[in-house]
Design a protein around this ligand. Structure first.
Ligand code: HEC
Length: 169
């Protein structure tokens, strides 16, 4: 790629602005109550796995700019059928401890001796791998529960809230 030496500073700025806009969604009308959606996001435990503007846990993708990157149809499907789209980096693991308790969640980190797991209640577990009875890697699964049984209005309110999130990550 040749450097853009022939462009002025202003031209570089406008080309950069154009390219930055390419990944963004077109403005779309989304019915639903954004404020109620935000309440549901907290009360339904979405914050246990998602960060919005610095708050929440990172067991799932950050959603600070969800509405800038995803359209309403994608957001709706993500809530109702989470396993439909599995981005890299959220491998589900299931560890059985020496006392027989099972810890399931997203793998946050791992080395030869230990593994860190983020479970759906928002907690982080650091486990000694050598002391585990079993450690399963469940590729192709999602830790996110499906919320298809929420009232249809609640799903629309959540979608409206997520669609309103345009912040930078
Ligand atoms: C137990 C953790 C967990 C909980 C609770 C959870 N999610 Fe997720 N979410 C994930 C993971 C992990 C992904 C990545 C895709 C996958 O594994 O299904 C995801 C993906 C998403 C995506 C797609 C993001 C993208 O841009 O690809 C959206 C939107 C979303 N979740 C919204 C929600 C909402 C709304 C709630 C609450 C009603 C919620 N999530 C609750 C873990 C969770």
């Amino acid at each position: 790629m040749p450097g853009a030496w022939q462009l002025s500073v202003r031209e570089v700025a406008s080309v950069a602005g154009y390219v930055a806009s390419l990944g963004r969604m077109a403005v779309e009308f989304v019915p639903g109550n954004t404020i109620h959606g935000e309440e549901l996001f907290r009360s339904r435990g979405c914050v246990n796995c998602h960060i919005v503007a610095g708050k929440g846990s990172a067991n799932g993708p950050e959603l600070t700019a969800a509405g800038a990157r995803r359209n309403a149809a994608f957001l709706r499907e993500s809530i109702m059928k989470p396993a439909a789209f599995l981005p890299d980096g959220f491998l589900v693991v299931e560890a059985t401890t020496s006392t027989g308790s099972v810890i399931r969640g997203v793998k946050l980190n791992e080395d030869n001796f230990s593994i860190q797991i983020g479970s759906a209640d928002g907690k982080r577990h650091s486990l000694d791998k050598l002391a585990l009875k079993d450690l399963k890697r469940l590729a192709g699964q999602s830790t996110m529960p499906a919320y298809a049984n929420l009232p249809a209005n609640d799903i629309e309110d959540l979608v409206a809230y997520l669609a309103s999130l345009k912040g930078s990550e």
